[in-house]
Design a protein around this ligand. Structure first.
Ligand code: HEM
Length: 336
């Protein structure tokens, strides 16, 4: 969507470089990653004593080159894409190429690690707590049947799938502690002064595992969220995730289709015991590598999956023009 291209394998250089930049960023963005976070005066020392500045400059150059190359390529691609749209916006006319490239590029970078990490967490939940899977598949079979993949229209009438998405965020979130915010003015909480400029880390994971409000928080129980949702899956306030609708929709359809199509289980059929050491420890935290078996639920499911793939529109320019057309139908103001 951002650059008007299809990612087929995940091994494309753009994806690999983006992943590397995000890894660097998530490492650097952890409060306390460098000693200078605690002792800011160290930044005034001569270069040999401030190695983090050289690292930051190198990381910036790699990321900057990725964003500018992606922007330039996107403007040449056929059909509609976000990069073209933002590039033509009134607000972008006075911006440098660098500003436009970063505004567009960040949209893509942040979507990659979060959505894929959250999907891997779902697979982990299938191996660790498989009890909920039959209920989900019963709902899918009743509403969607066995002759087609679930579609966006079906999602609205799949409350159990929606509850799975919600419990997936609750059980293990890909941004477990949220993104640090800062107070723009003095504030008070229960009589305590929080001075202007304080870094605030909302420990969402603590709240998601609070036994005073949640029964058996270690267990994956979608039924907690039937017909309701929880706050803060996507942060809060002025910096709330602007990709939240895309993220929720793409996660929900992917989860519905995975569970419709496959039995997902551990290789040895043993329930997996999940602990903290199985996750990366950056602030976007996903499972480290693990093995899972994906078995098609039946021969007829295989036929539907293959037929759906055959029937896919593979002409990228056509797909993006279709995206444009559908936005027009929704009265979205388009600039490309
Ligand atoms: C499962 C998927 C995703 C999750 C869980 C997620 C979660 C978050 C969270 C927790 C934040 C921090 C909000 C805060 O500071 O309070 C954030 C920020 C952000 N997200 Fe997402 N996100 C997801 C997918 C996406 C996608 C697909 C996009 C783009 C299309 C996106 C774009 C952004 C951007 C640009 C920010 C920074 C906003 C700012 O600082 O003003 N995210 N996201």
């Amino acid at each position: 969507m951002t650059f008007g291209m299809r990612i087929l394998t995940g091994e494309e250089w753009q994806v690999k470089t983006s992943r590397m930049c995000i890894d660097n960023f998530t490492m650097a963005a952890q409060t306390g990653a460098w000693v200078v976070d605690a002792l800011p005066w160290l930044n005034h020392l001569p270069a040999p004593f401030t190695p983090w500045k050289k690292t930051a400059e190198e990381w910036f150059q790699t990321w900057d080159a990725l964003h500018k190359t992606n922007l330039r390529d996107a403007l040449k691609h056929e059909g509609w894409n976000w990069a073209k749209d933002i590039h033509n916006a009134k607000e972008a006319q006075d911006m440098t190429e660098e500003s436009v490239a970063w505004n567009v590029g960040i949209l893509c970078d942040v979507g990659i690690e979060t959505t894929s990490g959250q999907l891997q967490i779902l697979v982990l939940a299938c191996l660790a707590h498989p009890e909920w899977i039959p209920d989900t598949q019963k709902e899918l079979d009743k509403v969607v049947g066995g002759e087609q993949l679930p579609d966006f229209e079906d999602i609205k009438i799949l409350p159990y799938i929606q509850a799975v998405v919600e419990e997936n965020f609750r059980w293990r979130h890909c941004v477990p502690a949220g993104v640090p915010h800062a107070t723009s003015q003095n504030d008070y909480y229960k009589g305590y002064l929080i001075p202007k400029g304080s870094i605030i880390v909302a420990i969402f994971n603590g709240m998601r595992y609070d036994e005073s409000i949640l029964n058996a928080p270690n267990e994956f129980r979608p039924e907690r969220w039937l017909h309701k949702s929880q706050p803060n899956n996507f942060g809060y306030g002025r910096r709330v995730c602007p990709g939240r609708q895309i993220a929720r929709n793409s996660l929900t359809i992917a989860i519905a289709r995975l569970l419709w199509a496959f039995e997902i289980r551990a290789k040895d059929d043993e329930k997996l015991i999940v602990d903290e050491s199985m996750f990366t420890d950056a602030f976007v935290s996903a499972p480290k590598g693990f093995e899972a078996l994906f078995e098609p639920r039946s021969e007829s499911h295989v036929r539907v999956i293959e037929a759906s793939f055959e029937g896919l529109d593979k002409d990228v320019a056509w797909i993006f023009d279709e995206v444009r057309r559908r936005q027009e139908l929704l009265d979205v103001t388009l600039r490309a």
